[in-house]
Design a protein around this ligand. Structure first.
Ligand SMILES: NC(=O)c1ccc[n+]([C@@H]2O[C@H](COP(=O)([O-])OP(=O)(O)OC[C@H]3O[C@@H](n4cnc5c(N)ncnc54)[C@H](O)[C@@H]3O)[C@@H](O)[C@H]2O)c1
Length: 391
């Protein structure tokens, strides 16, 4: 029988050795089943420093050189979003599984291509939405899935972060070409993903994009109302203008409010479950958050991916379902642009927004956005037979 000790370790490489790559390297270093054999990074100084810091034996200037030279089980893509599609396709073609940083792709069409390539090559395709991980988040998901808290009714989803001009000075940030979208796409997507991980399929999005303060091509704030398939109504805001930063997901259910308030990661101490009046103490006690708590983060996410690659099994939910957050974010851009609620069916039939978040929004940006949206709304609402005139 093959044991962990007697098996060859998994050969893993990291592509892109910037900020987030350190979290991947540290998570890999903690796992005895893997060896970080190589890194690919075009910046020579960063490449050398990263290889030295994590004792990575081989370093390459590009992913092409890396994939040509190495036999890899797993490739971590820690590059800017615009590079993910091409690099994932190349890794699948080279026979490797991929763990890709969020956002997985610049568009749903790109994600289609990545998923199709993974399926055709028989490879795993994981995405790093690490807010889904952590013992407490798993516990809350089970409570919601089991109906222990009653029917979920109303939700809040806030990503109130602060990013200044220095943050946007990095060449790929702040532009449609480099980032593919603004704070909704780059930051809010984490909390929106956690919300959707807890609540399931979305049914409708009604949203606005705002650029209130930063000198960038993209939105610095978005506001959205989401409806989920099970009827939950959620309000979501994403911002890079908020000096007191916080990240919040709150769900009001029939029997309790469950909420998490954190910044970039959460443990049991960040979660709270408040019973509704009249809920018996023993029932509320049965919901208690775990005390043997592992916080959310790259470490549990990377471990879950390595577990699957090591065992030869499909990836678990925490590393898949990349389409759900990307669809919700795409729907926010589409709704804000067209001035009308957007459903999954609308999105499926909309070639423009499947292909790119940028094209249509960029057109709108050249006009007076707020005025245009107000008049769009007036026209659409007046012709909507289901609108009873209440606001
Ligand atoms: N999950 C999270 O919490 C989290 C946090 C931060 C960033 N991210 C995501 O990680 C990705 C990278 O973000 P970052 O903050 O580390 O950016 P970064 O700019 O700090 O690092 C990106 C690195 O990739 C390199 N690079 C660029 N093009 C490349 C190419 N074609 N091949 C190889 N390397 C290339 C750059 O030189 C740079 O060193 C983005 O998708 C970002 O959204 C996720």
């Amino acid at each position: 029988m093959v044991t962990q000790d007697s098996r060859a370790r998994l050969n893993v490489a990291i592509v892109g050795a910037g900020g987030v790559a350190h979290l991947h390297a540290q998570a890999l270093a903690a796992d005895p089943r893997v060896v970080l054999v190589a890194v690919a990074e075009p910046d020579a100084a960063r490449r050398a420093a990263f290889a030295e810091r994590y004792a990575v034996p081989r370093a390459y200037a590009s992913h092409e050189e890396l994939l040509a030279a190495e036999a890899l089980d797993l490739v971590h893509l820690c590059t800017p979003p615009g590079a993910h599609r091409e690099q994932a396709l190349a890794a699948f073609a080279a026979g490797a599984d991929v763990l890709c940083e969020k956002p997985p792709a610049l568009s749903l069409a790109d994600l289609d291509a990545m998923e199709a390539a993974a399926a055709a090559a028989g490879r795993r395709f994981g995405v790093t939405f690490q807010q889904r991980t952590g013992t407490a988040a798993g516990h809350v998901k089970r409570l919601l899935d089991d109906g222990a808290l009653g029917r979920p009714l109303l939700a809040q989803c806030q990503t109130l972060w602060h990013r200044d001009a220095a943050y946007y000075a990095v060449d790929w940030r702040g532009t449609w070409a480099g980032e593919g979208g603004g704070t909704t796409f780059g930051h809010g997507i984490h909390q929106l993903d956690l919300l959707a991980y807890l609540l399931g399929d979305w049914a409708e999005v009604d949203a606005r994009l705002w650029r209130l303060a930063r000198d960038i091509e993209l939105e610095d704030v978005s506001t959205a109302t989401l409806r989920f398939a099970d009827g939950v109504v959620a309000q979501a805001v994403s911002s890079v203008l908020s000096p007191r930063e916080t990240s919040v997901v709150r769900i009001d259910c029939e029997l309790a409010t469950v909420e998490v308030e954190h910044l970039y990661g959460h443990g049991a101490a960040h979660w709270r479950i408040t019973p509704a009046p009249g809920v018996p103490d023993d029932v509320a006690a049965s919901w208690a958050l775990p005390t043997d708590d592992e916080p959310s983060g790259h470490t549990p996410l990377v471990r879950a991916v390595v577990d699957a690659v090591w065992a030869g099994t499909p990836l678990p939910d925490v590393a898949t379902h990349a389409r759900r957050p990307l669809e919700i974010v795409t729907a926010i851009y589409a709704s804000a642009t067209y001035g009308t609620p957007v459903t999954p069916a609308d999105l499926r039939g909309d070639a423009r927004f499947r292909a790119s978040l940028a094209a249509e929004v960029t057109d709108l940006r050249a006009s007076d956005h707020a005025d245009l949206r107000a008049s769009d709304h007036a026209d659409l609402r007046a012709s909507d037979p289901t609108d009873d005139g209440k606001e």
